[in-house]
Design a protein around this ligand. Structure first.
Ligand code: HEM
Length: 297
């Protein structure tokens, strides 16, 4: 249906794409200014944080794409069904294998807020499929927009190879021009037949989708902060892991570069660093030992 035929109300632009952009403007700003995202944009990102966010995204996209497949023939979704161009699950699997190694599935966890998002995606897919477009819009158009900036930052800060390993998630092989593709996606969204009440629910669901993303970031930030406060290097908390027994954080991929990263303290690190001071200390030790020995005699 063309946009002129869509119902509009005083507060809603006629086109779904316009209405979505307007309705989510505030929550988008909120998402951009979460501590996690602000740090990411400043390049303050450790490998471990990146691995954690990629693991959460894997759970989110697995659920989203499972529900998309269930609903690909639903008239409220078919126009925006673009698996070859958009789907991210396979790309995330490759990235996780790069970072965690072949046993990545056993190494990653699903924190609470991520699980909440996953549950909502399944609920929508199974009970309110007319709202699924809100979730697809929130993630895929976001990935095609700000996601491209984040890719460059991660590549630079984490010293990821320019060949793209570890960053497949951000690479849309099937989309040669992101701006044009987003235009196509918007026009397909606008072609979905929708009564005003449903449209209102879709807008609300998109705002919820942003809030679910914000909660995922906030929880990851909290986990990372707690871990730093406990004096641990920025590695995944043991209780966050599933069945894995060893952290393979550094077996695959590059070394983290975030400021404040702590390396284990060796005993020799506690000795004075200059040879002269070491000699003086050793000499004092010998003199004291001899003196104590003489005194004892
Ligand atoms: C550091 C964080 C972020 C930055 C820098 C950022 C940046 C941007 C930019 C510049 C655009 C406009 C692109 C254009 O008009 O072509 C955009 C659009 C968008 N972003 Fe973000 N974004 C961020 C986070 C997020 C998050 C967390 C989400 C949701 C999970 C999101 C979802 C979207 C969506 C859905 C659009 C498309 C809006 C529309 O055209 O209707 N963004 N973003």
């Amino acid at each position: 249906m063309d946009s002129s035929k869509t119902h509009s109300s005083e507060s809603m632009p006629g086109d779904l794409s316009e209405a979505l952009k307007e309705a989510t403007k505030e929550v988008h700003e909120q998402a951009e200014s979460t501590e996690f995202m602000k740090n990411f944009q400043k390049g303050q990102l450790s490998l471990q944080e990146f691995k954690m966010v990629m693991a959460s995204l894997y759970h989110i996209y697995s659920a989203l794409e499972e529900e998309i497949e269930h609903n690909k023939d639903h008239p409220a979704f078919t126009p925006v069904y673009f698996p070859a161009e958009l789907h991210r699950k396979a790309a995330l699997q490759q990235d996780l294998e790069y970072f965690y190694g072949p046993l990545w599935k056993e190494e990653i966890s699903c924190p609470e807020a991520t699980q909440k998002y996953v549950d909502r995606l399944h609920f929508v897919g199974q009970h309110e499929p007319e709202l699924l477009v809100a979730h697809a819009y929130t993630r895929y158009l976001g990935d095609l927009s700000g996601g491209q900036v984040l890719k460059k930052i991660a590549q630079k800060v984490l010293h990821l190879p320019s060949t793209g390993e570890g960053l497949e998630f951000f690479t849309f092989e099937g989309v040669s021009n992101a701006t044009k593709f987003k235009q196509l996606y918007r026009s397909r969204m606008n072609s979905i037949e929708m009564d005003p009440a449903t449209k209102k629910r879709v807008l609300e669901e998109a705002k919820q989708a942003f809030l679910l993303n914000i909660q995922v970031f906030e929880e990851l930030q909290k986990l990372v902060t707690q871990h730093h406060e406990n004096g641990h290097p920025a590695q995944q908390k043991p209780e966050l892991r599933t069945r894995g027994t060893s952290s393979r954080a550094h077996e695959h991929g590059p070394t983290p570069v975030k400021e404040g990263k702590k390396t284990p303290i060796k005993h020799t690190d506690m000795l004075p660093s200059t040879p002269l001071v070491r000699w003086i200390l050793a000499l004092s030790f010998i003199v004291t030992t001899v003196a104590v020995g003489l005194f004892a005699m």
